[in-house]
Structure formats: C-alpha cells, structure tokens
Design a protein around this ligand. Structure first.
Ligand SMILES: NC(=O)c1ccc[n+]([C@@H]2O[C@H](COP(=O)([O-])OP(=O)(O)OC[C@H]3O[C@@H](n4cnc5c(N)ncnc54)[C@H](O)[C@@H]3O)[C@@H](O)[C@H]2O)c1
Length: 440
C-alpha cells in the first residue's frame, strides 16, 4: 500500500517505519529540512531503542523515503497519516495549527480517493473540523477523502515494540464508511494477526479515548504522589503501599510509582487539553484538574527537599543531577521534572552538574551554559553537596556507592525515583531521602 506520513517526529517516524516494515511503500514528509536530511543519510534524529536498524533496513529495502515536500508526498498515496505536533496553547487547549495546515494541503493535492488519518492527539471534534477543511478546499468533482481518527498509544522508550505489538488499535470511523474501514483493516492486518486488535468506534469516541487513557494514567501517578506525602507524615513507606495495592488484580502494578511528577510531551498537555475541552462543553473535569494541580506541586518536591536539607540556603551548593530526560530510554526532555528542578536550583544560587545517558545534547540545547552537563555520570559528583536522581536509567540503578561517597563533599542522596530505597545506604554513611519512603 502507498502510505504517506506527515510529521517525522517520535510518532510519525515510528509509524512510517513500522508500516514500511510490514511491506508498505512509505514516504515520510517533514518541514524540518535538517531532520529530513539526516534521515536521508540514514541517521536517526531521536533516540528510540530499536528504531535505527529498522529505518536502515527499510531504506535499503526501498520501502522508506523522506522528503520535505509534503504536497509531493501526498500525491498518489492511498492513506495519509497526520503525525504533526499538537502542543498546548497558553489556555491549555491543543494547538491545531499544524493539523489544519496539513489538512488543507492534503485536500489540495491528493490525486486519488484516499484515507486521511489523524494520528496526532487531537481534541474531540477535530475529525469534524478536518472534514470541513477538506470540504471547503477540495473541488466538488475531486476524488473523495475519507477522514479517520486513529490515535497512537505508543510510549517513548518502547515505541517500536508498542507500535508493532499494540494492545489495541483504536479506529474512529463513520459507521457507513466501508472504504476507510477496509483500508484500515488491510493496513493493520499484519499487526493484528495473533488477535484482532482493531477497535472500531465513532471518531469522537476515538478522539476522547486517547485523552482518557493518558489522563487515567496520570491520575494514578498523582494519586500515588499524594499518598507518598502522607506516608512521610505517618511513618509508612510508599513502596510497601504500592506493592500491597498493586498486587490486587483489579488495580494492577503499573503507573503506581511515586516520583518527582510526570512530564514528557503527552501527559501534561493531554490532561489540560481534556479539562479544556470539557469546559467548552460546560463539564467540570474535577479529577483531571486535581491530577494536574497535584503534579504541579509534585514537580517542586525535589527542590523543597533540598532546601529543607540545607536549611533553606542553596547558594553555591554543588548539586549533581542524574537524569535529564523525562523518563529512561528516551532523549525527550519536553516538560521533564529535571528542568523544573534545575530552574529552581539556579534561582536559589546553586551550581548544577548534570548527566544523562542520551539526553545530554537536548539538555545542552535547552540549558546552555547555565549548568555543566558532563559525559560520564561520576564526573558530575566531584565535591557535590547532594546527588539527585531524577530519571531511573538502568545505569543509575546499582552504581558504585563507595566511589560516589569518595567524590562527594557531603554524602546526601536524594532519590527521586525510590530506586535505592532498599540498599541500606544510611548504614554506608549516606544521608538518604526518597519520595514517601521511611525516614524521608
Ligand atoms: N511522543 C509520544 O510519545 C506520543 C505518543 C502518542 C501520541 N503522540 C501525539 O503524536 C503527535 C506527534 O507527537 P511527536 O512526539 O511525534 O511530536 P514531534 O514534535 O516529535 O514531531 C512532530 C513533527 O511534525 C513536524 N511538523 C510540524 N508541522 C508540520 C507540517 N505542517 N508539515 C510537516 N511536518 C510538520 C515537525 O517538524 C516534527 O518533526 C502529537 O499530537 C502527540 O501528542 C505522541
């Protein structure tokens, strides 16, 4: 099948490469000339495990190409995916500017009857909005364009796996649209072999499903972050509570980890976008609003703990920070808790030394010379007054604590992910603090 993917970011690149992997002929179009040039050279502009070799294989197989010419890419495609960004506006709503631009250009240039698929996360009503754009731009005698909503649920760090082996493939489609239904079935058939993963529903339901899924996951995190706070007051341990609660099969173990607040390019913006859409329809999303408020407060938890430890004075303290990315196995730093921490530390007059296995370049681009970003994790620790663990990369899980202690000026460990909480570090002479763990 001839597939066009517009927007070659975290989602578009994985989507395009995934469809090429199952034999389709895919062209990915992106306005970012630097990104496209890198991809044409076979370089992957993002860190996503497993993606590089898959891109290479499909370029070599002649099934995957990249271009900056969106109109040309749309040309004769049978199916066109929209995977452009939908960042938050100042009022919390999703910014649909890029989606509108792409819809117009597809309506102008598509040469055949085709399916236009909204893969970007977009608010309820966007499918309808895109239909209107298509109708207003496309001539009455032009071949029809079928607009479908197909939100993406992949997670960065495991995106290839999530895309190739999805839990479900949500497709929002008009009930009588057999053309689009058949095409989506054929396209996704290889990813749905073991079990039918396709869930058809109306476009509005599909659009809402994506926001509900992310908000529910965010809500679990915020709830556990509140419980962590209570644990610290009553002498309980949030890790024990998590295990006790998560072993209930009705609840499950995932997204119950206390930490420095959720970040990334999805949860924060999707929770606020859901609140915004609901408000437009006079529905108060109180749980979603509280989820966001709790998260805002939680993003300050590491700074508050540091200030408490140093009696409110962080001036000229050397603070080592392990982890810049918003989570492990990605170089994505959008809305990362590390950035909130660093902004606060700098405002308090601290000196910041950071490390991340994959997000150092992104960190340098965002933070410039205001902090020192080192290439080796232990290099952040020389004469440090505190080490703060912000992202639970594997290489941070069981480090050389003797070496850490030797390098630091004062051995204070602030473990933002509770990964060292059971290592008996206090016995080794460290002052240890976690999030909701006993003694924090
Ligand atoms: N990142 C995730 O984990 C994830 C998961 C599920 C859904 N989503 C959603 O998918 C969408 C894309 O997210 P992302 O993380 O891949 O974003 P991204 O910023 O990594 O990529 C978006 C790409 O679109 C390109 N672009 C913007 N306007 C364009 C235009 N008019 N024509 C062509 N290209 C254009 C940009 O240059 C960029 O490369 C968002 O709506 C997001 O909410 C993201």
């Amino acid at each position: 099948m001839k597939v066009c993917v517009i927007g070659a970011g975290y989602v578009g690149l994985v989507t395009g490469t995934g469809f090429a992997e199952t034999g389709n002929n895919v062209v990915c179009a992106d306005l970012d000339a630097g990104k496209v040039a890198a991809l044409q050279r076979g370089e992957v502009p993002i860190f996503e495990p497993g993606l590089g070799p898959m891109i290479q294989r499909n370029i070599e197989g002649g099934r995957l190409t990249f271009t900056t010419n969106v109109d040309e890419a749309v040309g004769a495609a049978e199916v066109i995916f929209v995977a452009v960004g939908t960042p938050p506006r100042a009022d919390g709503a999703a910014n649909l500017m890029a989606v509108d631009v792409v819809a117009e250009s597809v309506a102008r240039t598509a040469k055949r009857e085709c399916v236009l698929v909204m893969k970007s996360t977009v608010p309820v009503g966007t499918n309808e909005r895109v239909r209107k754009i298509v109708k207003s731009v496309r001539g009455a005698d032009a071949k029809p364009i079928h607009v479908v909503s197909n939100p993406e649920f992949l997670k960065e760090g495991d995106a290839v796996n999530d895309f190739m082996r999805p839990d479900r493939i949500v497709v929002g489609i008009e009930e009588d649209d057999d053309f689009a239904r058949d095409l989506m079935r054929r396209l996704y058939h290889p990813l749905s072999l073991g079990q039918d993963r396709l869930v058809f529903m109306t476009p509005s339901s599909a659009e809402l499903t994506k926001y509900v899924a992310n908000t529910m996951l965010a809500m679990r995190i915020s709830f556990m972050n509140e419980i962590a706070m209570l644990c610290e007051k009553v002498g309980a341990d949030v890790n024990d509570v998590r295990l006790g609660v998560g072993s209930d099969s009705r609840i499950g173990t995932k997204f119950l980890f206390a930490g420095p607040g959720y970040g990334g390019s999805c949860f924060p913006k999707d929770v606020t976008a859901l609140v915004h859409v609901a408000r437009e329809h006079s529905v108060a999303m109180e749980l979603a609003m509280a989820t966001e408020q709790v998260n805002q407060r939680q993003k300050g938890v590491l700074l508050r703990k540091l200030k408490h430890h140093f009696d409110g004075d962080l001036r000229n303290k050397n603070i080592a920070v392990w982890g810049i990315a918003f989570k492990p196995r990605t170089d994505d730093i959008r809305d990362a808790p590390s950035l909130t921490l660093v902004d606060g530390l700098l405002a308090e007059g601290a000196k910041v030394f950071m490390h991340d296995p994959e997000a150092r370049e992104a960190g340098r681009a965002r933070l410039g010379s205001s902090v020192t970003i080192v290439d080796q994790q232990y290099d952040a620790l020389k004469d440090a007054d505190a080490l703060v663990l912000v992202t639970e990369w594997r290489e941070y899980q069981n480090p050389d604590f003797d070496r850490i202690k030797q390098l630091m000026r004062t051995p204070f460990l602030l473990d933002g992910r509770n990964i060292w909480s059971t290592y008996g570090l206090r016995k080794q002479g460290f002052t240890y603090s976690g999030i909701g763990v006993r003694g924090s």
